[in-house]
Design a protein around this ligand. Structure first.
Ligand SMILES: Nc1ncnc2c1ncn2[C@@H]1O[C@H](COP(=O)(O)OP(=O)(O)OP(=O)(O)O)[C@@H](O)[C@H]1O
Ligand SMILES: [Mg+2]
Length: 325
């Protein structure tokens, strides 16, 4: 129910209560309707859990630049998952790529397409490795805290979303504590995880993705010709074997619990221009191509000697824009 309708109900209720001439049963009836609605007024309704697929597709088309593989996988994966009412395994996505290529933006777009309050929803939980799990010697405590947190929140709402940022900085072994929840089960101790979504973000595999993008370019092929098949296997293997990352020899990969490894390609000059134009629009400024080009020229491009890809993706565009506009 919309807040405006609740305001109207509240006014009717106050009117009925203040009037001595009305039927007590009517007051009681309105009170019951109102109390259930007031309950939802102060908490986010757990009912809008249908994917807004046209919204997600439009957002991917308009707000996600240079990521044809990621956009297509994410749309199909999330759309398919949300339309399956019988899922007995949560959706597990692992997003990989250089810094500033749009991994956090992608998680936000997914959250916004499912929850009314997007990333601010109380059903969306963001963990950052260096912030939430900083100390190696506390790994056992973190493991049980993480299990309790996930179990508690999924008990509260089946369609919860958990985002684990900086997976490459997470202590190896920690993430295995939630492995049972990511597997195929009708329920575990009475809790069903089949409607939840887990998203892992990491820079691991970024170099492999960049090398593939470079090879395509050198072979005279278009960026858009790169497919998931060109990357998926090498990506999962390199992440699995990276001794310093949170996926090192993890059962999540070993047991094929990650549904999709999603590569984020390194961004090129034209994408930085698109980011700068989008940022101007977001600030209600007249989008100016000359300014966007100045911002894009100011970025550092690598690897040498080709210098095709922005080393920080679009990450510093916001701040650079302040200098040039
Ligand atoms: N592909 C993209 N399309 C549109 N905007 C982007 C894209 N990539 C980055 N941006 C812009 O750059 C900013 C940083 O991107 P984001 O935080 O998603 O990067 P990231 O891949 O999560 O980087 P990191 O690995 O450093 O965490 C975003 O706020 C957004 O404005
Ligand atoms: Mg990020």
């Amino acid at each position: 129910m919309q807040p405006k309708k609740q305001h109207v109900l509240l006014l009717i209720w106050l009117f009925l209560c203040s009037s001595t001439a009305v039927d007590l049963e009517l007051v009681a009836g309105v009170t019951i309707i109102l109390s259930s609605n007031i309950f939802f007024y102060f908490r986010e309704l757990p009912t809008p859990f249908r994917l807004n697929s046209p919204g997600l597709q439009t957002d991917l088309d308009n707000k996600m630049f240079g990521q044809h593989i990621a956009s297509s996988i994410i749309f199909k994966a999330v759309n398919g998952f949300m339309s399956n009412t019988n899922s007995n395994k949560p959706l597990v996505l692992s997003l990989h790529g250089w810094t500033g290529t749009g991994k956090n933006v992608m998680s936000r777009l997914i959250a916004e397409s499912i929850y009314t309050n997007g990333m601010k929803s109380r059903f969306v939980h963001l963990f950052t490795a260096t912030l939430h799990f900083p100390h190696r010697h506390m790994i056992d405590t973190y493991k049980s805290q993480l299990q309790q947190w996930v179990r508690g929140n999924v008990t509260n709402c089946e369609l919860s979303m958990f985002i684990f940022d900086e997976m490459d900085k997470m202590h190896p072994g920690l993430i295995d504590s939630i492995k049972p929840y990511l597997d195929y089960h009708d329920n575990l101790d009475g809790v069903s995880y089949g409607k939840s979504i887990f998203i892992f973000l990491s820079n691991a595999g970024g170099d492999i993705i960049t090398n593939t993008a470079l090879e395509f370019r050198k072979a005279g092929k278009y960026r858009e010709e790169i497919t998931l098949k060109d990357l998926e296997e090498t990506l999962s293997l390199s992440v699995f074997n990276n001794q310093n990352g949170g996926f090192f020899h993890t059962g999540l990969i070993d047991k094929n619990l990650v549904d999709f490894f999603v590569p984020f390609l390194p961004l090129e000059y034209e994408h930085v221009v698109q980011c700068a134009m989008a940022e101007m629009r977001a600030r209600n400024l007249e989008p100016n191509h000359d300014v966007a080009n100045m911002v894009a020229r100011d970025m550092v491009y690598s690897p040498k000697p080709e210098k095709l890809f922005s080393s920080t993706g679009c990450k510093t565009v916001q701040h650079k824009l302040n200098f040039y506009r």
